[in-house]
Design a protein around this ligand. Structure first.
Ligand SMILES: Cc1ncc(COP(=O)(O)O)c(C=O)c1O
Length: 445
């Protein structure tokens, strides 16, 4: 990275309405990133920060990967855009085959979307089309879970379970959505890996089926490990129980693997890591190492076949898609990512690095302001004891850590860590040293 780049504050910060940001605070005290290389970021003061959350869980291969840049550049020079309806190009088919080699079970049919939110929305629509095609059009209810994050369009917001994301929009959410309880129990204190207790919380789905009619339920959607609310790892047996209940009642099981997909839990997908196969799986983020927007939905073959068979050959089988579904540069980036996954045996690398990462994570337990720590694979959450109002402690702590040179995502009072898999042990050490400094500075304030 260049030695000094203390520049680049635009003349005005007022016009850009930033997403999920305290805009007024930010514009008084901006945190602008000017360069990213490997696992380091440089800000507009020229200070370096280690990236402890792979951006927004996007960049497990680190920043500035030449292989990806070159693939995208080459693609742009050769074929910059193809309309994705009734037309195509070779790359998207090649990529779908590669993705299908990693997806669990026979989830071998891949629908491209633009991001995680549109992957969830697409999953919802595919499932409705599937039930209609098999003569079960009465199934309209979706079951989500408290403390879930599935994205921000109407469908994904509706099945999500974070109150601040939902309450303002209550009047326009999808009808018929119900929520199970989240899996974070008070006894889950400083649990490394899967909690021993809580599998019975999956029976909430059975209860909903009893109370609302199983025959009306289209699908149940969960993040195998809830990411955005701070790494809520599934209790042992929980996902298996959900699978059993779905099978019993003909409910489609969706795993939203937008964060957990592509190695974050130590296997290609959390599904394989936890030994439970869903019917539909969503992915995004690391699919392109975060550099070009792309999401995808993997569905099992029977779902695809049922939708295909429901309409005559020659007609459009699913009236759904996006202008940017699997566009060439996204595909080029994703193919380059697939190559790196293979060449660098990246999922094994994540699995091997995980114990060292988790040791570092749990070493922060002695700090007085820390309330709880959880972790699995290459992801962890540190709860900071709340002060004054929800989120204040977490955000202030994030600011102090940023000043100390470590960057990550804070949600509410939880600091969420998800480093790149290409980190070496020395980088993990640096992350936790800087976190300790930042958190201590926060405690001094
Ligand atoms: C599990 C999960 N699903 C969906 C999304 C939405 O993805 P996007 O922001 O790409 O729309 C996210 C984003 O963090 C996520 O964590």
């Amino acid at each position: 990275m260049s030695k000094s780049n203390a520049t680049n504050i635009p003349n005005s910060l007022q016009e850009h309405w930033m997403p999920f940001t305290s805009n007024r605070e930010f514009k008084e005290n901006p945190r602008l990133i000017t360069e990213a290389k490997g696992i380091y970021l440089k800000d507009h003061h020229g200070r370096t920060h280690i990236d402890a959350s792979s951006g927004l869980f996007c960049n497990p291969l680190g920043h500035g990967r030449k292989e990806i840049t070159n693939a995208v550049t080459k693609q742009l020079e050769k074929l910059d855009y193809v309309q994705p309806f009734q037309q195509g190009f070779g790359g998207s088919f090649e990529l779908a085959s590669k993705i299908a080699k990693h997806t669990p079970g026979d989830l071998n049919r891949i629908f491209y979307t633009i991001c995680g939110s549109s992957a969830v929305e697409t999953a919802i629509k595919i499932i409705i089309a599937y039930h209609k095609a098999r003569g079960q059009g009465q199934r309209f209810r979706f079951v989500g879970r408290e403390r879930a994050y599935h994205g921000m369009n109407i469908g994904a917001t509706s099945v999500g379970g974070m109150v601040n994301n939902i309450k303002t929009f209550a009047s326009i959410l999808m009808p018929g959505v119900l929520h199970m309880r989240h899996t974070h129990l008070p006894e889950h204190k400083y649990v490394r890996g899967q909690p021993e207790t809580g599998a019975e919380l999956a029976n909430d789905l059975e209860r909903i089926a009893l109370n609302f009619g199983a025959e009306n339920i289209a699908a149940c959607i969960v993040e195998p490990t809830a990411g955005s609310t701070g790494t809520l790892v599934p209790p042992k047996g929980y996902l298996k129980r959900l699978r059993e209940i779905c099978d019993k009642h003909g409910i489609v099981l969706i795993f939203d693997e937008v964060i957990t997909g592509w190695g974050r839990m130590g296997s290609a997908f959390a599904s394989q890591e936890f030994g439970v196969t869903p019917d539909v799986l969503t992915m995004a983020k690391a699919t392109t190492n975060g550099v070009v927007p792309m999401g995808a939905v993997a569905v099992k073959e029977e779902i695809y076949d049922t939708v295909m068979d429901a309409s005559p050959k020659g007609s459009v089988e699913l009236f759904h898609g996006y202008t940017y579904s699997g566009i060439p540069i996204a595909v080029a980036a994703a193919l380059a990512v697939q190559d790196i996954f293979e060449k660098e045996d990246i999922f094994n690398r994540a699995k091997k690095l995980s114990p060292y990462f988790l040791d570092g994570l749990f070493s922060l337990k002695d700090l007085d302001c820390v309330d709880n720590i959880r972790g699995y694979g290459m992801m962890g959450g540190i709860d900071i004891k709340p002060v004054d109002k929800p989120g204040k402690a977490g955000f202030t702590c994030f600011e102090k850590c940023y000043e100390a040179g470590v960057n990550f995502k804070a949600t509410g009072d939880c600091l969420i860590l998800a480093p790149a898999f290409v980190c070496e042990k020395k980088h993990i050490d640096e992350i936790f040293e800087k976190l300790r400094t930042g958190i201590k500075n926060y405690m001094k304030k």
